[in-house]
Design a protein around this ligand. Structure first.
Ligand code: C5P
Length: 223
C-alpha cells in the first residue's frame, strides 16, 4: 500500500498509475472521486458555495471508480465520465466541493472500502490524493509527498490541456493550479499537507521515467 500525495501538476497521477502497473498493483485516483461530485454539481446546477446542497448531491449520486491502472474508468450514475471530469470547468469547482467536510467523510469511507477490497484481491494498491497519508490510510507503509515548482506545475497543466485538445493558455493554467492549491492547503477539513513520516520527492527537474524509477526504488525498499 503506497500513499502518494501532493499538489496538482506534480506528475502524481501519471506516476501513481505507472507505479501501480509496474508493481502489478491496483490504483485508486481519489481526486477523480471529488471530480465526479464537482461534475455532477455543474450538470445539476447545484450551488457549489452551499455545503448542504453539495452534501445532499454527493449522497444522491452513484459514483463508481475502476482500480485497474491500465483503464481507470469513472462512472457517474452509470455513464462513463472519465474524460469529462478533466474539463477546466471541473477544475474550477472541484476544490470548493472537496472542502466540504461531509463530502470528504462520505468519499473517504468509500475510499477505505475500495482500498480494503483491492488489498484482499490483487494484494497491493497505489493511492493518489491529497490526504491519503494523513487521513485516509495514516498507517500506510510508504508515503510519498510529491512537490514541484509553481512554474513546472503550471506548464504541466497547460500541456495536459493541449493534449486534451484545448488551446494553450499558460496564465490560466497557472491561475487554476495555484487557485486550487490555495483552497486545498487552507481548508479546515483535511488540508493538503505532507504526513510527518512522508518521503518528499521534488519532481521539478525529473521526467516521467525518472519519477517512476525513484518511486519504484522506494517501493522496493519500503512498500
Ligand atoms: O488530483 P486531482 O487534481 O484530480 O484532484 C482534484 C481536486 O480534488 C484537488 O484539487 C482537491 O481539491 C481534491 N482532492 C482532495 N483530496 C484528495 C484528492 C483530491 O481534496 N484525496
Amino acid at each position: 500500500m503506497i500513499a502518494l500525495d501532493g499538489p496538482s501538476g506534480t506528475g502524481k497521477t501519471t506516476a501513481a498509475r505507472g507505479l501501480a502497473s509496474r508493481l502489478g498493483a491496483g490504483y485508486l485516483d481519489t481526486g477523480a472521486m471529488y471530480r465526479v461530485i464537482a461534475l455532477a454539481a455543474l450538470r445539476s446546477g447545484t450551488d457549489v458555495g452551499s455545503p448542504d446542497a453539495v452534501t445532499e448531491l454527493a449522497r444522491r449520486v452513484q459514483l463508481s471508480i475502476g482500480t485497474d491502472p491500465a483503464t481507470p474508468r469513472v462512472l457517474l450514475d452509470g455513464a462513463d465520465v472519465t474524460a469529462d471530469i478533466r474539463a477546466p470547468e471541473v477544475d474550477r469547482v472541484v476544490s470548493p466541493v472537496a472542502a466540504v467536510a461531509a463530502v470528504r467523510e462520505l468519499l473517504v469511507a468509500g475510499q477505505r472500502q475500495i482500498i480494503a477490497a483491492v488489498l484482499n484481491g490483487v494484494g497491493g494498491i497505489v493511492v493518489d490524493g491529497r490526504d491519503i497519508g494523513t487521513v485516509v490510510v495514516p498507517d500506510a507503509p510508504l508515503k510519498v509527498f510529491l512537490t514541484a515548482s509553481a512554474d513546472t506545475r503550471a506548464a504541466r497543466r497547460d500541456a495536459q490541456n493541449t493534449a486534451a485538445g484545448l488551446a494553450s493558455d499558460p496564465a490560466a493554467a497557472r491561475e487554476s493550479v495555484e487557485g486550487r492549491d490555495r483552497i486545498d492547503t487552507t481548508r479546515a477539513a483535511s488540508p493538503l499537507k505532507a504526513a510527518d513520516d512522508a518521503v518528499l520527492l521534488d519532481t521539478s527537474d525529473l521526467d516521467r521515467e525518472q519519477v517512476l524509477t525513484a518511486l519504484a526504488e522506494m517501493a522496493r525498499e519500503r512498500g
